[in-house]
Design a protein around this ligand. Structure first.
Ligand code: C2E
Ligand code: CA
Ligand code: CA
Length: 257
């Protein structure tokens, strides 16, 4: 449609016009609550539409191939933030979301290495969040790229776990460090017995495979308490903090210490 074409054209100019920005959402360690990382979430500050959420433009970028430029912008920006935090003495690991197309891209590892070298950032500080669906698209190629990223000492996380169609054998073969339980299970785990069982089972599965497990969509204290009881390693959600700008994150971190 015309509206779609218009959005695509505007999106192509968003980088040069400085309309993209990253927001950050803290992940805290359980049970002590120490901040162990932040997830970078992309925002588009559109001149007339205001803040456009990623679900409204990332699918478009994926369909048009523009996702490669967008992801490189996100990676560079995240690595720059990471370098700045290092300089100020608070190294915070940062997680970045990758699209399916990105992990089919054989040039991604070398371009990422260039960015890490350029900004002198330790690859251990960077986690790449990948959905199950992205892996299933072309498992062989994805596996090659992910193995190279793993050799570079980046951390890999399986996002939205439980909603895709990953066969568990992939989980066995992939160099995974972290599993994120999809928020749909976490958000009403106290009211829905089925979801509670899924959350519990994913925690066990992750631990049996020696992976760290993160619950996202933690919206209240009761859920946080229950996740502690279940031995979940990390929590993320509105109850802890909404995604915020870099400046707001600094204030939030300062208030907590
Ligand atoms: P995601 O990776 O699953 O990110 C988590 C989403 O859940 C974020 O939405 C976040 O704001 C929201 N969220 C966090 N805590 C809670 C909570 O307690 N309750 C509820 N209801 N929601 C919560 P956001 O920022 O709108 O991002 C949506 C999706 O867009 C992300 O889902 C991710 O798939 C995609 N995305 C965001 N940034 C990027 C990016 O830089 N690159 C790519 N490829 N995708 C991105
Ligand atoms: Ca994510
Ligand atoms: Ca997720």
């Amino acid at each position: 449609s015309i509206k779609r074409l218009e959005t695509i054209n505007e999106l192509r100019q968003a980088i040069n016009r400085n309309q993209l920005t990253l927001h950050f959402q803290p992940k805290i360690k359980l049970p002590d609550g120490e901040v162990c990382a932040v997830e970078a979430l992309l925002r588009w500050e559109h001149p007339t539409k205001g803040m456009v959420p990623p679900n409204d433009f990332i699918p478009l970028a994926e369909q048009t191939g523009y996702i490669h430029s967008l992801t490189m912008w996100v990676l560079e920006s995240a690595i720059q933030h990471c370098a700045k935090w290092n300089e100020s003495g608070t190294s915070i690991p940062i997680a970045v979301n990758l699209s399916a197309r990105n992990i089919q891209d054989e040039n991604l590892p070398s371009r990422l290495q260039e960015l890490l070298d350029q900004h002198s950032v330790n690859p251990h500080l960077i986690t790449l969040e990948i959905t199950e669906t992205a892996i299933v698209m072309d498992p062989k190629r994805a596996m090659e790229v992910l193995n190279r990223l793993n050799k570079m000492c980046l951390q890999l996380s399986i996002d939205d776990f439980g909603t895709g169609y990953t066969s568990l054998s992939y989980l066995n073969d992939l160099p995974v460090d972290e599993i994120k339980i999809d928020r749909s299970f976490v958000m009403d785990m106290l009211n829905n017995k089925g979801n509670a069982t899924i959350v519990h089972s994913i925690i066990e599965l992750a631990h049996n495979m020696s992976h760290r497990v993160v619950a996202e969509g933690v919206e209240n204290q009761e859920i946080l308490d229950r996740l502690c009881e279940l031995g979940c390693d990390v929590a993320q959600g509105y109850h802890i903090s909404r995604p915020v700008s870099a400046g707001q994150l600094n204030n939030w971190l300062a208030e907590r210490t």
